[in-house]
Each structure stands twice: as C-alpha cells, then as structure tokens.
Write a protein that binds this ligand. Structure first.
Ligand SMILES: *Cc1c(COP(=O)(O)O)cnc(C)c1O
Length: 388
C-alpha cells in the first residue's frame, strides 16, 4: 500500500544527508566534548562548528546559542528561566492564547508560583494585535512570549512588529520559532527579539535536539544543574550527533526556503481548491492566503468527527492529524481553533494537513482521490447536527 505522510508539523523524516552527517558521531567520533584527550577535542571542535553554523543562519553570536533537548525544553527554559531570574522586577508575563502546550503549561506552572499571566486573544485568522500587546504591558511585565508560526493553522505572526512594542520597556521578548526556523528567513537582529526556541525534528533533523537563542545580557537562570556545559546554562553531556544533525538540517532547510515555500503554496492551493469543488460544507481554519505558511492546511469537514476521518485515511495509508499531535487523543477540541473563534463542534471536525520536504504533488493527487468518497461515506453514516 502507498504510504503518504502529511503530518510534518508533528515531526518529519530525517533527511538522508542529515543521518549521514550524524552517523560518525556514534561510530568513531563518540568522544565527550568535555574530555581533554583527542576523542574529546575532536567532539569539542565539531560542537564549535555546529554552533557557528546555527548562529550564522540566525545572525547572532555563537555564544548566544544554547543546545537543548528540543523545542519543549527551550520553551521551558525561556519562559520559566527568564521569569525566575527577573522576578525582582515584576511577576507579569504576556503570551498568546494559541501557543504550543510547552509555552502554555510553562506559564501555568508560573501561575502556581505566584506569577500573573495574560493570555492575549487572537483574531479570526490567528493574529495577535500589536496594539493589544501594547495595552497589556504593565510596569511589572517582565516577559512577552509569542509564537512565530502556528503549528495548527500556519498563521505567521508579525514578530518584528510585536517585538518592537516591547522595545525600551525593559521587557524581554521570546518567540517559539519551532515551526518557522529553517522555513522562513529569520534574523534575530532584524526581528528585535531576545530569545528564540527551535527544534531539529520539525525540519528533517533528529528528535530530542534543539536550541534556545539567548541574546547577550538577557537574565535567564538554568533549569538543569550539573556540569558547566553550555556555559552553565544547560548541564548534561552534549548530544553531539543530534547537534551535528540539527546544524545540517538547519543548513539544508535554509538553503531551500524560498523554493519550498513556493512549492507548499502550490500544493496547498491544489488541495484546498479541489476539495472545495468536490466536498460540500468545508471550511478553512486560519488565514486563507496572506499570512499563512502554506505547508499547513487546517480544514473543518462539518458534521464528522476528525478522528473518524483520520482512521479512514489511515486505512488508505494517508497520515494526517487533528489539531496538534499533543492534544489529539485528549478529546478536547483544539484550544487554538477555539481561540480563533471556531465553534467547539467545528473544531472537532478539523483536520490538519502539513506538508514537508518529501511531500509531492502525486501525494496530494492521491489524497484528492481517496478523501472525498471517505467524507461522503462518513456523512451518510453519522449525520451530526450542525449546531453550536
Ligand atoms: C513541536 C513543537 C514544540 C515542541 O518541540 P519538541 O522538540 O517536540 O519538544 C514546541 N512548539 C511548537 C510550535 C511545536 O510545533
């Protein structure tokens, strides 16, 4: 059976060149970068190189890059580490209502520790309004954290504009750029941000490896204690193979950003336009055109539980997801779709298609052949009232 993977916002296939680049660090070059013998020194030199590669792609100093175990750890370090380090200045944090759970639950942790968090609303396409952000900033605000590209709707927030609002206010700005790093151009200077989270496995790198960019001078306290790794910011023997893979993946991805964005645009348009012709009563969640990263297409198929569609597609070898991988299975409608004003009923009918480097037009044609009859069959089987 054909197998088609359209869940690239959950994770991606490791690029063959990335795997090739990583293998020597398990086989021959397995030294610990902290060791002073040649094995260690070789590993340490490669770690320096990888850090330079990542920093070069973001326009920052290599010493501002801190490798972590992925997006979640980077988000935790940014939000909790910054809050705890700056609580003498204030205990108020601002974020948005459509963040990844890694941000939202870090904020909830802080709420339990006596911090106050404002969760900014978004408009019907998922955008945070810079004026709303400006109004939310108080004297005791210490941190703003707004994601760059939404993993659920593909909405691209205007990070430079949002970060601008925090300028000269003594408020740090962090962005969860897990879905955007290596996919759209980012320069930390032009963006005017203090921190940025990224993860390797969302861009055809290995799982369990990411980084946090921390602008020099930003006060952050570590979340992990031990050796002096990562300039005392994150203890633990470095995941050398993972870091090499991350740098390689980021490099490959950055080299094809423009052509990939164009390709996703065409795939997305074909899938959406053809579906609207063939399937009645569907709705696109998020921006239809401007302001969406087109690898993501979130569609409500009214009247059918997303789970039923996912399982039917799975039987045809097609992998898609409902909302975010992290909340699917929990039975709750996506907090992101609810935040953009989609009814709870329509949220439960939402499928997320997310394309990656290995998605082809053939894959989309196959989906367009298999999906419409599935929807028709499911709608006949279980007519659900379109209320709420
Ligand atoms: C996947 C994802 C994360 C979590 O990254 P991990 O490396 O899987 O921990 C955080 N934020 C966003 C927006 C994501 O898509």
């Amino acid at each position: 059976m054909r197998r088609i993977y359209l869940d690239n916002n959950a994770t991606t296939q490791v690029h063959p060149e990335v795997l090739e680049a990583m293998l020597p660090y398990y086989r021959e070059l397995y030294g610990n970068p902290s060791s002073i013998h040649s094995f260690g020194r070789e590993a340490a030199a490669k770690l320096v190189e990888a850090r330079e590669t990542v920093a070069g792609l973001l326009g920052c100093d290599p010493l501002e890059i801190f490798f972590t175990s992925g997006g979640t750890e980077s988000d935790n370090l940014a939000v909790i580490g910054t809050a705890l380090a700056n609580s003498d200045k204030g205990k108020h944090i601002i974020t948005s209502s459509i963040e990844h759970k890694a941000i939202l639950n870090s904020c909830h942790y802080l709420e339990n520790k006596g911090f106050e968090v404002t969760f900014l609303p978004v408009d019907s396409r998922g955008f945070v309004d810079p004026d709303e952000l400006k109004k939310a900033i108080r004297k005791d605000t210490i941190l703003v954290s707004i994601m760059h590209i939404s993993n659920e709707t593909g909405t691209i927030e205007d990070i430079p504009k949002l970060a601008e609002v925090t300028k000269d206010k003594g408020v740090y700005f962090h962005t969860d750029a897990v879905q955007s790093t290596g996919k759209v151009p980012i320069n930390v200077e032009n963006f005017g941000i203090d921190m940025l989270s990224a993860s390797a496995h969302k861009i055809n790198g290995p799982k369990g490896c990411g980084f946090l960019y921390i602008r020099k001078g930003t006060k952050v306290i570590p979340r992990a204690y031990g050796g002096s790794h990562e300039r005392n910011m994150r203890a633990g023997t470095e995941n050398i193979a993972g870091i090499i893979g991350l740098a390689k993946a980021f490099e490959i991805s950055s080299g094809m950003m423009e052509s990939e964005a164009d390709r996703y645009g065409k795939l997305s348009e074909k899938l959406w336009k053809t579906l609207t012709d063939k399937v009645p009563d569907i709705a696109l969640n998020g921006p239809e055109d401007e302001g969406r990263f087109k690898n993501t297409l979130n569609i409500s198929f009214r009247g059918i539980e997303a789970e039923a569609i996912i399982l039917s597609l799975d039987m045809e070898g097609i992998a898609v997801s409902s909302g975010s991988a992290c909340s699917s299975g929990s039975g709750d409608p996506s907090h992101v779709l609810r935040a953009i004003g989609i009814s709870s009923t329509d949220s439960r009918c939402a499928l997320r298609f997310s394309f990656g480097k290995f998605t082809t037009e053939d894959d989309i044609d196959y989906v367009l052949e298999k999906l419409p009859p599935i929807i028709e069959r499911l709608r006949k089987m279980s007519p659900v009232a379109h209320n709420d």
